[in-house]
Design a protein around this ligand. Structure first.
Ligand code: ATP
Length: 620
């Protein structure tokens, strides 16, 4: 068997248009070793500053662990087994031996590093290197990011008959030329476990520093066109003024507008100026639906994944219901019981996420779509129009059908009416209401959680605190029945201003035995030997994780705590905020990125509201 796979992409070489892969690897190693967010940011900025414009996008995609923005849905289609086969192919070391090593080390990156080191040692012993050098040939071609990226892209594109073999060969071609530490990151990338914990916001910070652009301008562009590789390349090639070229475009998802929360109808009406467009808050999956000029429909999730394959029925429904050439609309996809017509809870929709047997899933889990906004129609960006005008446009292009309706809504100006409508929504299996501003400045604010939309949910009323979506950043081993498993998880809230995660509770209840097993599996790839640089914690858990997994937590109340770092010093010097009696609700928020978790500011505001209620109760 040849050590070098035959198919090698031809890549631009040289320092100006490409970058040595080893330079990137050096920075990744340093990032992995640091526990300081500032060091991580400096290292990133240093790397991006050195990147030639031709490959800056490739570098960014690589460190984010993707080949393209995630909404393009490009998958490598390479699993652990295939990676091990490629390693065996490149090194001549038997697959069995590699598999054993994997069992022992549990990290394919480390396996790749060792296997390639072993290969090099063997080659040195056999004098191959010397022989090659003497004959004037090079044993290895130094890897560049251009070549690594383009080869990975070829791997992703390989489909059909013989695709697996081709993928193995292409990957082996990279391993053949990789140094051990380069092989480590390539292997981790291909199995989706780069786990550097670098988020889009972290990259945005670095880009703002490197290209001297205002963070707000950059963020605005990113909300309209969430593709960091594209934005970085635009900046590197054309300079900051090119950001103005970025426009809302059907086919490219925009960052969705989000809602704030309040716990009473009177507060909501007061906040919205006495009148609001109140809508049912359906308990489903948010869908941003695009129709491009060429008639293609695409459906994006709340975290901007392409979900079109999961909802072929919705594609058909919108084609029937919306009459416009090009558009972007938003709505909630809700699952219903075909026998009773009643809505089913959000979790049931996860059955639609499968790759195969979609037709079956469509029958078992039929859905309806409730539209609530329109962002773009036939060449016109509507994001700067007030909600009332957007609604008018939506009604103009839309005809109700059996499966598509406009979210049930009313314009209300009295607390009693809002309360009544809220109860009506609850009785219809909805979560409550989303109350929206009808003022002239109520534009569609991409990517921001503001007071133009306010959610009013049932949980706010029954418990002192609403459910929170928190990020797992650490774990403590259990005892007794939970020996060997995680007994409690260290949970954190997100702060978009600092791009850091602050701990807010240790949660040990609400987990079933199945949850404990599932969590262990879910968290395993994110284990790291030290605190992640984007986590601020006073507690030292037994295991640290890269912030990645979001869980829904409910608690009895929010209290001051010297142990937790969430909202530290904001209420009282030396104290942060903590959730008392936290419990896992059973809801895995895998539809949320860690940066979409509940924010420190939200928890702080909940605390203030709770305190206000307590004071009012004490007075009453
Ligand atoms: P939650 O965890 O409460 O669902 P979230 O953080 O996912 O909230 P929010 O923006 O805070 O998102 O709440 C609004 C969500 O409610 C939207 O993302 C959407 O999925 C859903 N929703 C249901 N009905 C409506 C509606 N009529 N208008 C807007 N959003 C709606």
């Amino acid at each position: 068997m040849s050590n070098r796979a035959s198919s090698q992409p031809s890549q631009p070489q040289g320092q100006e248009t490409d970058m040595k892969f080893s330079e990137i690897v050096k920075v990744l190693e340093a990032i992995e070793a640091t526990t300081q967010r500032t060091t991580m940011a400096k290292l990133l900025a240093h790397l991006l500053r050195k990147c030639p414009p031709q490959v800056i996008d490739k570098v960014i995609y690589f460190i984010l662990g993707d080949l393209r923005p995630s909404w393009e849905g490009i998958e490598l289609g390479v699993g652990e087994r295939l990676t091990m086969r490629a390693l065996s192919y490149a090194s001549g070391i038997p697959l069995k031996q590699i598999e054993e090593l994997y069992k022992k080390l549990g990290d394919l990156g480390e396996v790749a590093k060792r296997v390639i080191a072993m290969k090099q040692q063997k080659a040195a012993q056999q004098g191959t290197i010397l022989a090659f050098l003497q004959s004037g040939k090079q044993v290895q071609r130094e890897l560049t990011i251009g070549r690594v990226y383009d080869t990975l892209m070829q791997i992703a594109k390989a489909t059909g008959e013989g695709a697996m073999d081709l993928k193995v060969k292409l990957l082996a071609s990279l391993f053949s030329d990789a140094k051990p530490e380069e092989a480590k990151y390539i292997a981790r990338f291909v199995v989706g476990r780069l786990r550097l914990g670098i988020a889009d916001m972290t990259i945005l910070d670095a880009l703002a520093t490197v290209f001297k652009v205002r963070r707000e301008d950059l963020e605005k562009a990113y909300h309209v066109y969430p593709d960091l590789g594209y934005i970085a390349k635009l900046l590197a090639e054309k300079g900051p003024q090119a950001l103005q070229e970025i426009k809302v475009t059907p086919g490219i998802p925009v960052q969705p507008m989000l809602a704030e929360r309040l716990s009473s109808a009177s507060e909501i009406l007061a906040k919205l100026g006495g009148v609001a467009l109140c809508e049912y808050k359906y308990d489903g999956e948010r869908a941003q639906i695009h129709r491009t000029k060429d008639g293609k429909i695409k459906i994006f999730s709340r975290r901007l994944e392409d979900l079109t394959h999961a909802y072929p029925d919705v594609v058909k429904y919108v084609e029937e219901a919306i009459k416009a050439r090009e558009y972007i609309v938003e709505g909630e996809i809700v699952c219903y019981d075909p026998d009773t017509g009643e809505f089913r809870p959000f979790q049931e929709l996860m059955h639609r996420r499968r790759k195969h047997n979609i037709t079956e899933a469509m029958k078992e889990y039929p859905v309806k779509l409730f539209l609530f906004d329109i962002i773009y129609v036939d060449g016109q960006d509507l994001t700067n129009l007030p909600l009332i005008d957007r609604r008018r446009r939506l009604v103009e292009v839309f005809t109700p059908t059996e499966n598509v309706e406009i979210a049930r809504w009313r314009i209300l100006d009295s607390v009693e009416e809002v309360e009544k409508f809220f109860h009506e929504a609850i009785s219809q299996e909805c979560e409550g209401l989303v109350c929206k501003s009808v003022k002239m400045d109520a534009i569609y604010e991409m990517g921001s959680r503001g007071w133009l939309w306010i959610k009013y949910k049932r949980d706010y009323r029954s418990e002192l605190t609403d459910t929170l979506d928190l990020v797992v950043v650490g774990a403590f081993y259990g005892r007794g029945r939970r020996a060997g498993k995680y007994g409690a998880l260290l949970m954190a809230a997100y702060d978009p201003d600092t791009d850091m995660f602050y701990t807010v509770c240790k949660v040990g209840s609400g987990f079933t035995d199945e949850d404990l097993v599932k969590l262990q599996q879910l968290l395993e790839p994110y284990k790291i030997p030290h605190k992640h640089p984007r986590v601020v914690s006073k507690l030292e858990p037994d295991v640290w994780f890269v912030p990645a997994i979001v869980l829904e937590i409910v608690g009895a109340e929010i209290t001051l705590s010297p142990l937790h770092t969430c909202a530290m010093n904001m209420v009282k010097p030396g104290f942060g905020l903590a959730i008392r009696f936290p419990r896992f609700t059973g809801r895995y928020r895998l539809d949320k990125k860690p940066e979409q978790a509940t924010t420190v500011k939200e928890i702080y505001e909940m605390y203030l509201r709770q305190r206000k209620i307590k004071i009012a109760e004490a007075k009453a």
